[in-house]
Design a protein around this ligand. Structure first.
Ligand SMILES: [Zn+2]
Length: 129
């Protein structure tokens, strides 16, 4: 092994120390496994948004069987992983749902509040009579 080389921990091939990624397998060369790195990788794996979303979303809307067929055939890197798609769409749905229902909920709260106030007034009137 030459002095300016290191061994990849994944594929065990030697490459230069200065490389940020292994030229053989693509794994990052500094793989310090800390809690922060683990948390970041988990979050970024599930919420990464790139061109694969549109390559998956459009066929999903018009020909949903194609995605399942391609996934089973093994053509998976071209499309977003189904779990990622589900998680991303769920987050977007609940975000939009909370915005849409906010006004209805505040109207309902006001109606309840008015109802409780009028009920208290009628209770006090009845006790006085
Ligand atoms: Zn490697």
């Amino acid at each position: 092994m030459e002095p300016n080389t290191t061994t990849c921990k994944n594929c065990e091939q030697t490459h230069e120390v200065d490389f940020e990624f292994c030229p053989y397998c693509g794994q990052k060369t500094d793989v310090d496994l800390t809690f922060g790195v683990l948390f970041y990788n988990t979050i970024s794996n599930y919420f990464s948004f790139d061109a694969r979303f549109f390559k998956s979303f459009i066929p999903l809307m018009f020909k949903p069987g194609i995605l399942a067929k391609r996934f089973i055939e093994g053509k998976r890197l071209l499309y977003l992983h189904p779990a990622q798609m589900y998680l991303f769409i769920s987050v977007v749905f609940f975000f939009l749902f909370s915005i849409v229902t906010r006004e209805s909920i505040s109207k309902l709260d006001n109606l309840f509040e008015e109802g409780f106030k009028s009920e208290k007034i009628s209770d006090t009137l009845q006790t006085k009579l």
